[in-house]
Design a protein around this ligand. Structure first.
Ligand SMILES: [Zn+2]
Length: 57
């Protein structure tokens, strides 16, 4: 008998900021390839924590 398609069949990625796996969302349908972060917060953190943070002071 045919196997049912499960929710877990959705593609997953590892967030580049918090290293947690996150699943495909409909809102990312258009640019799933470009998605690297699980949330906007992680995106902000990931992009601002780039190679060399600006020195404080
Ligand atoms: Zn994240």
């Amino acid at each position: 008998m045919p196997r049912m398609r499960r929710k877990s069949d959705l593609p997953q990625k590892i967030c580049a900021a918090c290293a947690r796996p996150f699943a495909w969302r409909r809102k990312w349908a258009r640019d799933w390839d470009a998605v690297r972060y699980c949330s906007k917060r992680c995106k902000d953190a990931g992009t601002s924590a780039a190679p060399c943070p600006a020195p404080r002071g």
